[in-house]
Ligand binder design. Structure first.
Ligand SMILES: [Zn+2]
Length: 93
């Protein structure tokens, strides 16, 4: 599998570290204990399209959101995690 880092170009997967599910979001209410338990412990294991966090550990160190089919390993999109977080927050900087 090759991942096209937005900064470095296509590289072998051995240069990247898998960091987890990119679809989970931290609860905004600190009193939401069930929400925090789910945020920390509960993960889906989808067969198909999935958004994952990867880091280009042996390259530019960037955190990336990779949209990948877990059955075929076909990569649909690679985005800088910073850009995804800013878009999710509704802001730019
Ligand atoms: Zn890179």
């Amino acid at each position: 599998m090759r991942i096209a880092c937005p900064h470095c170009g296509p590289r072998g997967v051995d240069e990247f570290s898998y960091l987890g599910d990119a679809t989970v979001t931290r609860p905004t209410d600190p009193a939401d204990l069930d929400g925090f338990a789910a945020y920390v412990h509960e993960r889906r294991n989808p067969a198909g399209r999935h958004r994952e966090l990867w880091q280009h550990a042996l390259g530019c160190q960037s955190w990336l959101v990779v949209t990948r089919d877990t059955r075929t390993h076909a990569i649909e999109a690679v985005e800088a995690a910073r850009d995804v977080a800013l878009a999710r927050a509704g802001g730019e900087s």
